[in-house]
Design a protein around this ligand. Structure first.
Ligand code: NAD
Ligand code: UDP
Length: 314
């Protein structure tokens, strides 16, 4: 199958591409490298079934030759540091960029999957978060360029399903980590691992009692693939995440343990609008996709730490 991946040079997009190539698909990746990295695609850039285009999807794009049959639309800055540095670009990629991907899917008679986020729930008042919870989002806060534009992208995607019968679905991804996490993107996983490995204090924002639920990359790629290709996912919104909820303080201690590090922990001011709790209800993914995460936090951390150790040796 000829498949388009927007955001293909990013963390999740590059792992998804590898899986698609392994399954014998032809992959076209579009990425403007605003937060992606060429090193993420270095291991398969020469693959005969792979094409990479440095392209901003805010501008329309047409494939040459046969139309694509499926579009995985992942392009968007994803880390708080990434999107607060590029707020207008984040708004535009999730609005205009999503519109371009939807129009291309319609013209090509292709399936489409849009990667939304747990941030669509904002600082949730319901816990754990089910797909039918509408969320608690500050429309003008520092995170709004991301969460509001993702909500707009969801709304536009569902409108294409309603009005044009497009075969599209939405997945809401929860915090995902693994090899190829960008050490510079400020997210908690790369920050804590790099700090622990370099014996610098781990920086906790706030009191560390806020929670997150961390999913390992291979579990998320499997969930994304099933959401695209399983029957009965058209028009659905599906949480993909790991219900193993941890406080950030507990997570810091796990990282220290797996890194075998004696680094200290330091507490700093909390971030504005930082969600206090986050944990997915994944009953819908279990039912529709027969999917649930299988990689434990300790195992996922071991693989990720190994990646960071070898990346820092290069
Ligand atoms: P990433 O930043 O590593 O990858 C996103 C990619 O999109 C980057 O390579 C970036 O250069 C590209 N991109 C951004 N704007 C673009 C544009 N206008 N045109 C073309 N390419 C563009 O982030 P990621 O963690 O791989 O996230 C992938 C998707 O998953 C994003 O849509 C993100 O919102 C979503 N998501 C990720 C997480 C997570 O924990 N990683 C959680 C929830 C949702
Ligand atoms: N965090 C932290 N120290 C860091 C980076 C992040 O305490 O060095 C906290 C952050 O305040 C948030 C959680 O870890 O409560 C997850 O942050 P991240 O930026 O990874 O993603 P988010 O879930 O906020 O999008």
């Amino acid at each position: 199958m000829k498949i388009l991946v927007s955001g293909g040079a990013g963390f999740i997009g590059s792992h998804l591409t590898e899986r698609l190539l392994e399954q014998g698909h032809h992959v076209i990746a579009l990425d403007n490298l605003i937060t992606g990295r060429r090193e993420n695609i270095a291991s398969f850039i020469e693959h005969p079934e792979y094409e990479f285009y440095e392209h901003d999807i805010i501008q329309p794009w047409q494939p040459s030759g046969d139309p694509v049959s499926a579009i995985f639309h992942l392009a968007s800055p994803a880390s708080p540091v990434g999107y607060t540095r590029n707020p207008i670009e984040t708004h535009l990629v999730n609005s205009v960029g999503t519109h371009n991907m939807l129009k291309l899917a319609l013209a090509s008679e292709a399936k489409l999957l849009y990667t939304s986020t747990s941030e669509a729930y904002g600082d949730p008042l319901e816990h754990p978060q089910r797909e039918d919870y509408w969320g608690n989002v500050n429309p003008v806060g520092p995170r709004s360029c991301y969460d509001e534009s993702k909500r707009f992208g969801e709304s536009l995607t569902i409108e294409y399903v309603r009005q044009f019968n497009l075969d599209a679905r939405i997945v809401r991804l929860f915090n995902t980590y693994g090899p190829r996490n960008d050490p510079q993107d400020g997210r908690v996983v790369p920050n804590f691992i790099m700090q622990a490995l370099e014996n610098r204090p781990l920086t906790i924002y706030g009191n560390g009692m806020q929670t997150r639920s961390f999913s390992y990359i291979s579990d998320i790629v499997e969930g994304i693939m099933r959401a695209m290709f399983h029957p009965a996912t058209k028009g659905e919104v599906i949480n993909l995440g790991n219900p193993d909820e941890r406080t950030i303080l507990d997570f810091a201690n796990r990282v220290l343990e797996v890194c075998n590090s004696e680094a200290k922990i330091e507490f700093f001011d909390g971030r504005t609008d930082d969600p206090n709790k986050r944990c997915p209800d994944i009953s819908k993914a279990r039912r529709l996709l027969d999917w649930e995460p299988v990689v434990s936090l300790e195992e996922g951390l071991r693989h990720t730490i190994e990646y960071f150790r070898s990346a820092s040796r290069k």
